[in-house]
Design a protein around this ligand. Structure first.
Ligand SMILES: NC(=O)c1ccc[n+]([C@@H]2O[C@H](COP(=O)([O-])OP(=O)(O)OC[C@H]3O[C@@H](n4cnc5c(N)ncnc54)[C@H](OP(=O)(O)O)[C@@H]3O)[C@@H](O)[C@H]2O)c1
Length: 288
């Protein structure tokens, strides 16, 4: 089975390159070799390689910057994926795509279901929502997994690296308690994607649709940070003595974030008979 992975260097794409490798011939690429703002650079490769599965882990994920870069965010998160999904339909490939909890406004108060009304508060969420719609409208076989608070142990830009870095510098850390989501380890998303892909094209097309897929349970940013500090293998390097609660309003950002955007993943679990572990379990596995 031929599999094309877009964004081999992203948090999720990097893990996908590893979890999908045993399934067949994997072809992976990333920006700038290919560019979702110029979909023809990818279409040529799709026509050449004719994959059975195309996994799109690319996205414009700079949430605050998206407020001023509408056109770029829209072409990478919406029109580009729409065009790729159309091309996959043409060659009979399954298009696997990821979306975000930021399609919701965070006012529901209990975890969101797939058919709850969307109302993005920021342009990143808006562009990802448009991407979902265009992938669905393409009319081919697709799986869209809406996920949340994705982290990986690579790189210095993610939440875990930042918390660990701040803990080496500051005696007091202030973390928000009013932003709640599902911390999701990129490895677990990639493992789950591989389990599903291994069941074959027919299995996936029978279950085509949009699903919530995120770490089980939910946490505030403060609870997540507390767990990170406790699991830190080099705790002796920490300078932080206290972790204090703060409000989102204390840290103004260009893009508004939903406050309670936890996802209910029961539709995914019953359809695929798979479940991501509790977020604390996954975090322990990631940080060990
Ligand atoms: N991170 C989160 O907290 C989170 C939460 C919910 C949903 N998601 C979704 O989960 C998926 C994976 O996210 P992630 O965290 O793995 O993102 P990521 O680490 O930011 O990776 C995004 C990848 O997309 C590539 N990319 C950017 N612009 C591109 C372009 N014009 N053409 C082709 N590739 C381009 C990036 O390349 P460069 O690095 O070279 O720019 C990078 O490899 C995305 O669909 C995202 O929307 C993420």
């Amino acid at each position: 089975m031929k599999i094309f992975i877009l964004a081999e260097n992203g948090q999720l794409g990097w893990e996908l390159c590893r979890t999908l490798a045993p399934l067949g011939e994997v072809y992976a690429s990333d920006y700038p070799q290919v560019d979702l703002q110029k979909p023809e650079t990818i279409i040529n490769l799709i026509r050449l390689e004719k994959p059975a599965i195309f996994v799109n882990a690319a996205a414009y994920t700079a949430v605050d910057q998206a407020e001023t870069e509408h056109e770029k965010a829209r072409s990478i998160n919406a029109s580009g994926p729409g065009i790729l999904a159309e091309e996959c339909k043409r060659i009979g490939a399954v298009f696997i795509h990821y979306s975000t909890d930021y399609v919701f406004d965070g006012n529901k108060g209990v975890p969101y279901l797939e058919n709850d009304a969307t109302a993005p508060l920021n342009f990143y969420g808006q562009s990802k929502l448009e991407g979902e719609q265009l992938v669905q409208q393409a009319g081919g076989d697709y799986l869209i997994f809406r996920t949340s608070w994705v982290y990986s142990m690579r790189g210095q830009g993610g939440f875990i690296a930042k918390v660990l870095q701040w803990s080496r510098q500051q005696e007091t850390l202030r973390m928000v308690t009013d932003q709640i989501g599902n911390p999701t380890w990129a490895r677990m998303l990639a493992e789950t994607t591989a389990h599903i892909a291994a069941r074959g094209q027919g299995y996936m097309s029978e279950r085509k649709g949009l699903y919530h897929l995120a770490g089980s349970g939910f946490a505030s940013r403060l609870e997540w940070a507390k767990e990170i500090l406790e699991l830190d293998l080099n705790r002796h390097e920490q300078k932080t003595k206290e972790l204090l609660p703060a409000k989102t309003a204390d840290f103004p950002t260009p893009a508004e974030r939903p406050l309670f955007s936890a996802l209910d993943c029961s539709k995914f679990e019953s359809t695929f008979n798979l479940k991501l572990p509790d977020w604390r379990t996954a975090l322990r596995l990631a940080m060990q």
